[in-house]
Write a protein that binds this ligand. Structure first.
Ligand code: 7PJ
Length: 280
């Protein structure tokens, strides 16, 4: 399996790990400052060293209750980091954004994948992504980040997520974004209860559309709070188990904060698949 990127082709014969790089403020400083850019670059290079073949750079938190971020601030946070990483590492750079202006500037700065939790539904996003030539990750989300976890409901979660992704694939194809540029993602934790997240992982294969690779992100998510009663800093083992299951279920890209441990999990899952492990 392959994914066409802005300037190259990414081989996905074997599943790969995408490291999460949040360029969002900490208690001391905001993105855009020299110290924040420097520490983000250092963290990114460390994840590349650990074996991440893709880095997902985001300047807007989509956690419930996170404040909205202006286009200017998001650009200030992510563009210097993308420019520096494009010079310093060969790994594929993804920009995690819902804003068309950020998509275009990020691809111009060296990003080759657009990761949009809104699946290009913002006005102008489809056209911006099409023009950029970048690959696109289309993720399912029910509702909006601020309120999505309040009372998520589905009749048949797998069928509804598949239907949504199929509609977004069609919208992409209509503006000239071909199937070989698309990645599909069930959006674990985005307007979903534990039972919905588990059903999507168990039935991941049913989300396959054409040959589009599947991306799954479970690391540190609240499903492990619900399932294991663990706080966000205690979810590494749960996330590694989830990543293993996702690869066995057919995921090609695992998005994670914990690159080194997740690479080991992916290797175990790949070896099991090669030994004939049968998914459900
Ligand atoms: C995801 C994401 C995910 C994609 C976040 C977190 C929340 N993008 N952005 N898939 N999650 N494509 O990392 O906990 O699951 S932000």
């Amino acid at each position: 399996m392959q994914l066409r990127l802005a300037r190259s082709v990414l081989d996905l014969t074997h599943p790969i790990v995408m490291g999460v790089l949040n360029v969002t403020p900490d208690s001391f400083s905001d993105g855009g400052s020299y110290a924040v850019v420097e520490s983000a670059i250092e963290r990114a290079l460390q994840m590349a060293e650990e074996g991440a073949l893709m880095l997902d750079i985001g300047g807007e938190s989509t956690r419930p209750g996170a404040p909205p971020v202006s286009v200017e601030l998001e650009l200030e946070r992510v563009i210097p980091v993308i420019e520096a990483l494009a010079r310093r590492t060969p790994v594929a750079l993804s920009v995690d954004t819902r804003k068309p202006e950020v998509m275009e500037a990020a691809v111009a700065a060296g990003a080759s994948i657009i990761n949009d939790v809104a699946a290009l539904r913002a006005p102008g996003a489809l056209a911006a992504a099409a023009r950029s030539g970048a690959a696109v990750c289309l993720m399912h989300m029910q509702g909006e980040p601020g309120s999505m976890q309040a009372d998520p409901r589905y009749g048949d979660v797998v069928a509804e997520v598949r239907q949504f992704l199929a509609e977004r694939v069609a919208a992409c194809n209509a503006v000239g974004i071909s199937l070989d540029r698309l990645v599909l993602d069930p959006g674990i934790g985005f307007g979903k209860r534990l039972e919905h997240n588990l059903a999507l992982l168990a039935h991941l294969q049913e989300l396959k559309i054409g040959a589009c690779p599947l991306l799954v992100g479970v690391s540190r998510k609240s499903m492990f709070g619900a399932l294991l009663g663990r706080g966000v800093t205690e979810r590494l083992a749960g996330g590694v188990a989830g990543a293993t299951a996702a690869v066995l279920a057919g995921a090609s890209i695992i998005r994670t904060h914990d690159v080194a441990a997740t690479i080991d999990a992916v290797k175990v899952a790949v070896a099991l698949r090669q030994a004939g492990f049968e998914s459900l």
